[in-house]
Design a protein around this ligand. Structure first.
Ligand SMILES: [Zn+2]
Length: 467
C-alpha cells in the first residue's frame, strides 16, 4: 500500500480488516504529507508547518482530503475531530493539539499502538512481574523490619525492661518478647490471687527445692509491693492501647496511611487521658482491690503520679517523633493499587491536591490526572508502584511519551526519603531511649519494671507444674 493512501484507506476500510503483518507495517508508516492549510489570524495568514510532524509524533495528514488527523486515534478510534472528521482549519492548532495529546482516549491509544507487534510483550511483562515480585518481596522484608522498629519505639515500656536483659535478646525475637510483656502484665493482673496463693503454697508447704522456694518468696514480696502492683495495673492499661495499634499496624499495609494516622492519634489521646490524678488514684484503688494489704498514702501517690507522668510523656514524645512524617505521606495513597477500583469511580481529588501542594512545580497536573484516570480504568494496571513502573517501562522505549507524569510519581513514591531516613532515625531513637533509661532509672523503678520479666520464668514453670 502506498504510504500516502494509508489514511484514506483507514478512514474507509478500517484497521481491523487488516492482517497482523499489514497492521504492523501501517504502524511504522505514519504519513506526513505537506498540506495546504491556511488560516487568517488577525492581519497574518498562518500556514501549515511540516515540522509539526516532528513535534507531534502522532500527527498525520491526508493530502487527498487536505486535513490533519491523529494517527493512533484514526487506527484505534477516538475523538471524532481527530479520528474521523479531521481538522481542515488550523486555527488555534497548537492549543488544540496539546489538549488532544493529554486526553485519556489518546493516551490509551498511544499505549495500544506501542504494544502492537510486540508479540512477546506479555512474556516480557510476566517476566518483569516475576522480577518485580522478587523485588517486591525484598521490599516487604525491608518494610516489615521498618515497621518492627517503629513498633519497638511504641513498645517503649517493654524496651525499658529490655535494656537490662540484653543477654536474652538472642533467644527470642524482639516482637515476641514485647508481646510477652504486655501479656505478662495482664496475665499477672488477671490471675493475681491464684498466683499469690500458689506462691504462698510453694513457700509454706514442705517438699519444694530451695531454688523454687527462694524464687517464690521473692515473687511473694513483689505481689505485696505497692509499687510493683501499681505498675502492673498501669502497664496493663497502657499495653491495652499499644497492643491494639501494634496489631493494626502489623495487619494493615503501610499504604493505608489515613487509618494508620487516626490509630496513632487515638493512641496518643488514650495515653494522654491516662495522664491525670484520677487515673493514678484509680490505679491505686485497683491495686488495693487485687491486694488489700497494700497502702497508698498521699506521699506515695504523689511520687507514683510523677513517675506515671514521666512514663506517659516519654511515650507520647516518642510516638510523635516516630510518626511525625505520616500525615505528609497521604498523597502516597494515589498510587495505592488496592484503591484504584474506587478511584476509577471517584477520582482522589483531595489527595491529588495534597500532592501538588507538597511538590509544587513538579507535575503537569492536567496530564497526570488523565494518565492516572487511564490507569485506574484498566484492571491490568492495578499494580503497586514499582510493578506499575516496570509495567510502563515494559510497554516500550517510548513509555515516557505515554505516562511521563505517572512515571515521575512512581519514582517519587519509591524514593521518598522518609522511608530511609526513618530507619536511620529509629536506630538513634533506640540509642536515645536506652541512654534515657540508663540515666533515669532509679533502683526502685528498675526492680518494679524488671520484675515483670523475672516473674515470667516462674510463671512458665508453674504452668508446666501447677501445685
Ligand atoms: Zn489521538
Amino acid at each position: 500500500m502506498q504510504k500516502e493512501n494509508i489514511i484514506e484507506f483507514l478512514l474507509t476500510s478500517g484497521f481491523n480488516a487488516l492482517t497482523y503483518e499489514q497492521k504492523n507495517q501501517i504502524k511504522l508508516n505514519r504519513p506526513t504529507p505537506h498540506l495546504l492549510l491556511t488560516c487568517q489570524d488577525g492581519k497574518y495568514i498562518r500556514t501549515f508547518q511540516k515540522n509539526w510532524y516532528n513535534k507531534l509524533p502522532w500527527l498525520t495528514g491526508c493530502d487527498k482530503r487536505n486535513k490533519v488527523f491523529c494517527f493512533t486515534c484514526v487506527i484505534f478510534g477516538g475523538e471524532k475531530e481527530w479520528s474521523v472528521n479531521g481538522l481542515s482549519s488550523i486555527k488555534n492548532f497548537l492549543r488544540k493539539s496539546e489538549k488532544h495529546a493529554i486526553s485519556q482516549k489518546h493516551l490509551t491509544n498511544q499505549e495500544k499502538c506501542h504494544l502492537l507487534g510486540k508479540v512477546r510483550i506479555e512474556h516480557a511483562i510476566s517476566e518483569g512481574r516475576r522480577l518485580a515480585a522478587v523485588k517486591h518481596n525484598e521490599q516487604v522484608g525491608i518494610n516489615r523490619r521498618l515497621i518492627a522498629r517503629m513498633i519497638h519505639v511504641v513498645y517503649f515500656l517493654g524496651k525499658q525492661e529490655l535494656a537490662f536483659r540484653g543477654h536474652r535478646e538472642n533467644n527470642e525475637s524482639l516482637n515476641k518478647g514485647n508481646h510477652y510483656y504486655s501479656r505478662a502484665a495482664s496475665t499477672i493482673k488477671k490471675h493475681f490471687l491464684d498466683l499469690k496463693n500458689a506462691v504462698l503454697h510453694v513457700t509454706e508447704e514442705p517438699g519444694w527445692d530451695p531454688i523454687s522456694v527462694c524464687t517464690a518468696s521473692g515473687l511473694y514480696d513483689k505481689l505485696n509491693d505497692a509499687n510493683f502492683v501499681y505498675f502492673l495495673i498501669l502497664f496493663s492499661k497502657v499495653f491495652l492501647y499499644i497492643d491494639h495499634v501494634f496489631n493494626f499496624l502489623q495487619s494493615k499495609s503501610l499504604s493505608n496511611i489515613k487509618s494508620c494516622i487516626s490509630e496513632i492519634q487515638n493512641l496518643k489521646k488514650n495515653l494522654s487521658d491516662l495522664r491525670n490524678d484520677t487515673n493514678v488514684n484509680n490505679c491505686c484503688d485497683e491495686a488495693i482491690l487485687l491486694n488489700n494489704n497494700l497502702e497508698y498514702e498521699d506521699k506515695k501517690r504523689n511520687k507514683l503520679c510523677k513517675i506515671t507522668y514521666e512514663i506517659l510523656d516519654s511515650l507520647i514524645v516518642q510516638i510523635n517523633i516516630r510518626f511525625e512524617d505520616f500525615p505528609k505521606l497521604e498523597f502516597v495513597e494515589i498510587v495505592n493499587e488496592k484503591m484504584f477500583k474506587s478511584y476509577y469511580s471517584e477520582f482522589p481529588e483531595s489527595k491529588f491536591i495534597k500532592l501538588l501542594q507538597q511538590y509544587p512545580n513538579t507535575f503537569d497536573a492536567d496530564r497526570l490526572c488523565n494518565e492516572l484516570a487511564v490507569i485506574y480504568a484498566d484492571d491490568r494496571k492495578h499494580l503497586p508502584p514499582h510493578e506499575l513502573l516496570d509495567f510502563i517501562v515494559n510497554i516500550g522505549d517510548l513509555h515516557q511519551d505515554i505516562y511521563p507524569q505517572v512515571t515521575k510519581l512512581c519514582q517519587l513514591v519509591l524514593t521518598i526519603p522518609s522511608t530511609t531516613a526513618s530507619s536511620e532515625r529509629s536506630m538513634s531513637t533506640l540509642k536515645r531511649i536506652k541512654t534515657f533509661l540508663r540515666n533515669t532509672m532509679t533502683n526502685e523503678r528498675l526492680s518494679s519494671l524488671s520484675s515483670l520479666a523475672i516473674e515470667k520464668n516462674l510463671l512458665g514453670d508453674m504452668a508446666k507444674d501447677p501445685t
